[in-house]
Design a protein around this ligand. Structure first.
Ligand code: ADP
Ligand code: MG
Length: 149
């Protein structure tokens, strides 16, 4: 896979990840775009989305909650409509179709961030890139932001 842009960040706390939202958000624009967020349970995917939502003025950090059961949360900012998905509980491509991910990603102002998107090859293929999060001991996390060419 060829990437047009690659960046690596390290944070030492959840607060550090929230604060990093701004720098990451810049890399995800201009919209429309879709990114897969990869990392274990508790890696910090949802925490990063909070930081990105706040940076884009789409929602405050507290208002962003995990869409584990609802599958999709939508936050409307001035310039960006943020769709936050968690596909952990989704099992089939058919369910994915019902969810309307394709329609979301076609909205002209959409930034679609998909936790557990790597479960579905169709999502990976469609995505404009990925953010990989790795535990680096204790509260340290490494973030790899990769934007496709
Ligand atoms: P995920 O969505 O990947 O399952 P969450 O963002 O929901 O992960 O949870 C991450 C958890 O790890 C939170 O409890 C958060 O406070 C904690 N944490 C500790 N250090 C960090 C860090 N550097 N970045 C993000 N979260 C961290
Ligand atoms: Mg999560």
């Amino acid at each position: 896979m060829e990437f047009r842009e690659k960046k690596r960040f390290k944070t030492r706390s959840a607060a550090g990840t929230l604060a990093m939202g701004e720098r990451v958000a810049e890399m995800l624009l201009p919209v429309p775009k879709m990114f897969v967020l990869r990392g274990d349970l508790g890696a910090g995917k949802t925490t990063l989305v909070k930081g990105i939502a706040a940076a884009l003025g789409a929602a405050s950090e507290e208002d962003v909650t995990s869409p584990t059961f609802t599958l999709v949360h939508e936050y409307t900012g001035k310039k960006v409509r943020l769709f936050h998905l968690d596909l952990y509980r989704l099992e089939t491509e058919r369910e994915l179709l019902t969810l309307g991910l394709e329609e979301m990603s076609e909205e002209p102002d959409a930034l679609v961030l998909v936790e557990w998107g790597e479960k579905f090859p169709s999502v990976v293929e469609r995505a404009d890139g990925e953010i990989v999060i790795e535990h680096a001991g204790g509260d340290e996390r490494m973030f790899y932001v990769r934007v496709k060419a």
